[in-house]
Design a protein around this ligand. Structure first.
Ligand code: SAM
Length: 286
């Protein structure tokens, strides 16, 4: 190896769409390594072929990490240089890699990054939202209870919030984010980054929900939501109401408005379409 770090682990970024998003150094190191530990060897083989790299690859993923991790550590202790990659972006970020890094650190093996593409940060820097402080949550927990708890915990956080989501869960997640954080919050759906149909959809959470109810989400998405703004508490009209759509409709009905009027008023206050408010009420059986 030209960098002369025998017996070490490198964690290398790989493209999140555009095959050209590889650094010269990552390409060279992948070519010079003794072994590549890849989340999916067939997937990585396409990247390696593109760069004419012939290094041996072995699979390392969530389901074999407990047995494969120690084997890879033993190889590195014997002097091997291993580069760990995931299918896309940075290993260890919503992808395998973090556990191997931990094992290597515990074994006293040097661990180095080969930086590059990452969906969350690529989305953040182009979002137009605050980049000075942000929090990355990756995929929200699957359990409804844990999801609610997390959103409840972070609803007053002032930093920009970043989430990953699959297209078939996007609407459901937008709905829950709108409900927990307020439909009026500014948000961005960053889609298909670095690919042909790259798109930044900048709207309120409520408007994003309406948009994707009318336009089926396709491709890969990063969702970004602006942080809580304490000044919003006073300026209710333009900012985030604390109540969910259902709560607001019920409160307005108690003030004497008809269901139709309450839905219209709620839609206006939360920056949502009347149809969305109606559908939320139906879903929640209110
Ligand atoms: N390790 C990757 C990284 O560093 O960004 C993330 C891998 S995670 C399994 C995959 C998720 O990342 C997708 O579901 C999507 O939310 C996001 N993602 C990956 N590539 C993307 C792209 N080109 N455009 C938008 N989001 C992307």
């Amino acid at each position: 190896m030209s960098e002369e770090k025998r017996g070490s682990l490198y964690l290398s970024a790989t493209p999140i769409g555009n095959l050209e998003d590889m650094t010269f150094r990552a390409v060279r190191m992948l070519g010079e390594a003794d072994l590549i530990a890849a989340e999916d060897t067939r997937h990585t083989r396409k990247l390696l072929s593109h760069y004419d790299i012939h290094t041996a690859a072995t699979s390392y993923h969530e389901h074999n990490k407990l047995t494969k991790g120690p084997e890879l550590v033993a190889k590195m202790l014997a002097g091997a240089v291993i580069v760990c990659v995931s299918d896309a972006g940075l290993p260890g970020i919503s992808d395998p890699g973090a556990h191997l890094a931990q094992l290597a650190v515990e074994a006293g093996i040097p661990v180095s990054p080969l930086p590059g593409a990452n969906a969350a940060l690529s989305a953040l820097i182009c979002s137009g939202l605050d980049t000075t402080a942000f929090a990355f949550y990756g995929f929200l927990p699957k359990s409804v209870k844990k999801r609610r708890e997390l959103l409840e915990n972070i609803k007053n956080h002032q930093e920009t919030l970043i989430f990953y989501e699959a297209p078939h869960h996007l609407k459901e997640t937008l709905h829950q984010l709108a409900e927990a954080l307020g439909a009026g919050r500014r948000a961005v759906a960053a889609r298909e980054l670095t690919k042909r149909y790259e798109e930044f959809n900048r709207r309120s959470l409520g408007e994003l929900l309406t948009y994707y109810q009318e336009n089926e989400p396709r491709g890969e998405f990063v969702l970004l939501v602006e942080g809580y703004d304490a000044s919003c508490q006073e300026a209710e009209e333009s900012c985030v109401p604390a109540a969910s759509p259902a709560e607001l409709v019920q409160a307005l009905e108690q003030q004497g408005l008809s269901r139709k009027e309450a839905m219209r008023e709620t839609a206006k206050k939360l920056g949502m379409s009347r149809r969305d408010v109606y559908q939320l009420l139906l879903q929640q059986d209110v």
